[in-house]
Design a binder for this molecule. Sequence first.
Ligand code: ZN
Length: 241
Amino acid sequence: MTRRASAGPSLALAPLMTTPSPLHPTLPYFGGASERRALLGGISFLELTESGQIDVAGLASWFDEHVVATACMPRLSVVLEPPAGSVALRPGVGAAARAAADLPRIITTSRTRVVDALRGLIASPSDDRFLRASIFLGRVRREEGRWVARPEPTAPLSGIVLSLFAVAILSDRAFYDRQMCVCDACGRVSFDAQPTTRRACPNHPTKTSQVSVRPTTRGFAAPRSLTPMPMSVRKTGGTPS
Ligand SMILES: [Zn+2]
């Protein structure tokens, strides 16, 4: 349960949605509640997996809160990420060690694929294959005039997370084309109305300014060279699924 308590983005779903999460001062407020919930689900996944500290119970909690409770999918016993493998979300006593051992590989692969797909979207020229794939595979579709996520039970974890992002992005593509930023260093997704670069975040400013220490909503950002970052997000070449 401590994992849920640390899931900052969920705080932004407070009843009237007037108080932005301190972690997301620039999270957009366009669209309806369902689009925003989808975006929060995607961003929550990236934040929970950034540290590499998420455990099986934490992943199960994220899934329940952002995928099951929002009626995107039924509760699953196992999530897949081929070829990295699969992991049981509620392993029995005998299988807990195996699930814990398998989890980092699944998470690393999923996260890399999600971040690479989002980086493609803001690249020039833009690579939006993950959006088209999500539609083609039926993981996102139009229902009652809005985009919804409906991944199949065998969809890879990365495909599930990307379907959440796809719902938000397809609902206001122009906004994401202008304002979404994906950090080269940590993979954080943020929004900036007038970005000087779209490949940085407050903790990892651009090359020209990274030597200075900037105040951020999280305190003071260390120079990039002193900031630990997960290796998983530094890899390139993953394929969006
Ligand atoms: Zn960053």
